[in-house]
Design a binder for this molecule. Structure first.
Ligand SMILES: [Zn+2]
Length: 300
């Protein structure tokens, strides 16, 4: 079975407070590993699986790079995330030594070993943050890269800006032997999944679960517990997987969010997970929703 994607990262993360000069020191290190994105597309060494860690010589193929972040160490090897222009995807696509693919497809197709996916997710979220935060949110002046890529500073008003992570609650709501799943129009055909939504400022995780389920499906939720989490680098979310107990059963779903919502039995979900259900399908195994469902039917 495919494991949940983006959760494993073998990197010893860079502790920027202890070593703010690490990027400057390792930027020209010929032994460094480069995690390269052209726009938002990872450039991989080709193979099944290939690798998202490229030799430092790959930098010689770039006319320029836009941003770099020192991610940490893989054993003794420094790892540097590098952002190239989106147009640079084409020359790498044309070279059989490389594969260029979006990060969802990289996970689904097993283009790199699963333990590399967490590092690729980290690189993508950080580089995306740099690309989108070139100007100060406080005064509008251009910001500068700082702290090996883990901060941007405004020279005008001296504000410091830090990389963001956007929390999303995703919950399997159950009532006895049944669970509540919904379907958005953008889902793959027949697929139903856990409800989900962004945590709002000043809100607890438990209340976000209750609010989202009430808003999207009209179902009241009581007890909520945390199950597991998953980085979701599109662009920089953390999926907080929860289980919630429904206190009501009637569904009144929000048609702006969902195309359908309904209750499924454990037997339905078992067959959806193993692909034998005649009508419905479960979410893909790379996603946490799949694992929340599996965890529930296995009764643990
Ligand atoms: Zn500013």
């Amino acid at each position: 079975m495919t494991s949940m994607a983006y959760i494993t990262n073998r990197l010893v993360r860079h502790s920027v407070e202890h070593d703010p000069d690490a990027l400057a020191r390792h930027a020209r290190d010929p032994g460094a590993a480069i995690v390269l994105l052209a726009g938002d597309l990872p450039v991989l060494a080709a193979g099944r699986p290939g690798s998202g860690f490229l030799p430092a010589s790959v930098l010689d193929r770039l006319p320029e790079h836009r941003e770099q972040v020192f991610l940490g160490y893989l054993g003794e090897r420094p790892v540097i995330a590098t952002l190239a222009a989106a147009e640079m995807a084409k020359p790498f696509q044309d070279d059989p030594a490389f594969t260029v693919e979006n990060l969802r497809a990289v996970a689904m197709s097993g283009l790199v070993p699963p333990e590399e996916l967490g590092t690729l997710a980290m690189a993508k979220s950080l580089l995306d943050w740099h690309a989108r935060h070139r100007f100060c949110a406080n005064c509008g002046a251009p910001t500068r890269h700082a702290q090996a890529g883990f901060r941007r500073d405004c020279p005008q008003c001296e504000a410091q800006h830090f990389p963001r992570t956007d929390p999303v609650v995703i919950m399997l709501v159950t009532r006895g032997d049944k669970c509540l799943l919904g379907r958005q129009p953008r889902f793959a055909p027949r697929t139903y999944s856990c409800l989900a939504g962004f945590l709002e400022p000043g809100e607890t995780i438990e209340d976000a679960v209750r609010r989202e389920v009430l808003e999207e499906a009209g179902v009241r939720v009581g007890a909520v517990r945390y199950v597991a989490s998953q980085p979701w680098p599109f662009p920089s979310s953390i999926m907080i997987g929860c289980a919630g107990e429904a206190e009501s059963e009637d569904i009144a779903f929000d048609t702006a969010e969902l195309e359908d919502a309904r209750w499924f039995t454990k037997d339905d979900v078992r067959r959806m997970l193993d692909g034998t259900h005649e009508t419905f399908a479960a979410p893909m195994p790379i996603a946490i929703a799949h694992h929340l469902l599996r965890h529930w039917v296995q009764g643990s």
